[in-house]
Structures are given as C-alpha cells and as structure tokens.
Design a protein around this ligand. Structure first.
Ligand code: AMP
Length: 185
C-alpha cells in the first residue's frame, strides 16, 4: 500500500504512523525524521535545512523533493510505504505525482488526521522538543494552514482523500485509520 499521511503538527501523526507501518508492513518515510538526522549529522542538506526548521518554516521544495526521490528508489519501498510529513506543499505533491506516474506506482490513499487548532497548540506546548517554543509552534501551524491545507482540496479532487477524527485515545484513532485502509480495494 502507498499512503500519504497528512495532519497538522501535534495531531499525533507520528504515533499513528508507527502503528500503521507495523500493521501493514510498509516503509515509514518521515521527512521530519530524515531532516533531523541530516541536521544532527551536520550534512550539507542538514545544515541548509536547520535554519528553516528552527524557525518553524518549511524547508525549500527542491531539497525535500530530492531527498524523497532518492528514498523512494530504495528497495524497502517496493512493497509499499507511508509518507509522513510529505508532501507539505502543492509543488511537492505535483513532484510526487510525476515521480509515481513515471514509475507506474500510484498512491492508494491520502489519509488526513483531523484535529482542531486549540487542541494542537495545547499538545505541542506539552511536547518539549527543542523546536517547540511558542513562537515556533505558531509558525508551524501557520505554515500548515497556508501551505499544506491546500493539499486537502488537491487530493480531494482526485478522489484519494479520506479524513479521520484525530481526537480520542490512540487506540480509537488507530481503529478509525484501520477501518479506512481495510476498506480500500
Ligand atoms: P515534522 O517532524 O514532520 O513536523 O517536520 C519538522 C520540520 O522539518 C518542519 O517544521 C519543517 O521545517 C521540516 N519539514 C519536514 N517535512 C517537510 C516537507 N515535506 N517540506 C518542507 N519542510 C519539511
């Protein structure tokens, strides 16, 4: 299965993503994790990305698209993957469409985890990651609203979007996701 998993920062996407990849045997492709690893290893990409990440802004599309293009060529992606945190802009979604069309491997579903904004801020403030100061959190929510939310319409138009309620216990939310994925043909 090839899945795009979309949701605002703080929606609990990481937790659900881990359970989903384990249950459905997919590679877990988190661009946030890849960028944090590159930043910590002080690679060229990591150093370029750092200033955007620490400001809560999106890293430029060309950097991200190059990372994903390379990652998708690796063997473990052949049996399916879950894209977590990518695409985040229309330009990234178009680049992904193009890559997948060339390979003849279309997406199966775009799963959206829906959480109201007040709840997100509350959760993010309690998370304590180094890039989680109130100003950075606010900026990340703004980036989501402006740059990533338009993807919901983009994927809605091609009939790939399925949304689930992200409020409730981890187990309940996971059940909702499973219900959607198990109904795909
Ligand atoms: P995340 O862990 O997915 O919240 O990502 C952490 C940070 O990495 C984001 O705030 C962005 O600065 C950057 N990032 C991750 N994925 C992307 C992406 N697809 N496009 C642009 N920036 C990204």
């Amino acid at each position: 299965m090839r899945i795009v998993f979309i949701g605002p920062p703080g929606a609990g996407k990481g937790t659900q993503a881990e359970r989903l990849v384990e249950t459905y045997h997919m590679a877990h492709l988190s661009t946030g994790d890849m960028l944090r690893a590159a930043r910590d290893a002080k690679t060229e990409v990591g150093q370029k990305a750092e200033k955007y990440m620490s400001a809560g802004e999106l890293v430029p599309d060309d950097i991200i698209v190059a990372i994903i293009a390379e990652r998708l060529r690796q063997n473990d992606c052949r049996d399916g993957y879950l894209l977590d945190g990518f695409p985040r802009t229309i330009a990234q979604a178009e680049a992904l469409d193009k890559m997948l069309a060339e390979q003849g491997t279309p997406l199966d579903v775009v799963l959206e985890l829906k959480v109201p904004e007040e709840e997100l801020f509350r959760r993010l403030a309690g998370r304590g990651r180094a890039d989680d100061t109130p100003e950075v959190i606010r900026q990340r929510l703004v980036a989501y609203r402006k740059q990533t939310e338009p993807l919901l319409e983009y994927y809605g138009r091609c009939g790939l979007l399925k949304s689930i309620d992200g409020l409730g216990a981890v187990e309940e939310i996971f059940d909702r996701a499973q219900t959607v994925l198990d109904r795909l043909d």
